[in-house]
Design a protein around this ligand. Sequence first.
Ligand code: ZN
Length: 301
Amino acid sequence: MLEGLNMRKCLVIIVVIILMLQLNACSAENEDERQKGETNTEMSLQEIEIVFFNAGKADCFLIQTENSVVLIDTGKNKMGEQIVSYCKEHEIEHIDALFITHFDKDHVGGADAVLEAVSVEKVYEPAYFSESKQYLQYIEALQVSAANVETLQNNTSFVLDGVSYKVDIANKSDYGPDEENDFSLVLSVQYGEISFLFAGDAENQRLMELLDENVQKHTVLKVPHHGRYESTSELFFKAVSPKYAVITSDEKNPEDKEVVSLLESFGTDVYFTKEGTIYCTTDGKNVSFVQESFVQEEKYS
Ligand SMILES: [Zn+2]
């Protein structure tokens, strides 16, 4: 009788111990799950947006993260007003960095209007001078603006709100006649696993420099010089091997067909800003493109 009672007690204790072990195991699993969850939250990045404006045969791109705004080129003169109204609509009161890749009117044209209307913290420009009207307007606006200007004599890089920016400057100070395009700053922008190469208006000699410097693969290429074909185009596209390409041409000044067919032969999806402003979003892993489906390039010519 006593033995039977002891046996039952023992059984109850064993059952309780088993239950306690199981409960512990459960809470350990929950702990694991929680930790995994936390790690996942840390790993996944905020979505950022890159806008490729429909600005005619001209360059103007805006990179917006939760806490930063970067503008790469400003299109032609009239594009300045468009950028200012875009900033108003999107409650952008401050631009952290403005890159002027070079001083041609289709890149620096809207800079004066932007500098006059929006607070710009830092301007990065290439190290040469121009005499064009748009350049002089830009210089005048800079003098009034509180922006800090850095005339790049060397390559530079920085990280802003989790996005890495690497700027490659022209190696030479002389590229022969009609040389301004080859002074283009070339920007590599990296966010997580996704990268963008903004190649300005780089022509043959500048593309050769980039190849010599072992230009890296990029997810998205802003095709150099509005889609103009160069003898180095094929080598350059091969080296960059973009999944997506953006061409900034217009109906009056179309891109070269060879450029599009080369890119397509490498399996690249080609987008044209002349078909509408392109909104690209990425979380550092995935990338998606949405395009406005109307053409208004006449507005900016
Ligand atoms: Zn251009």
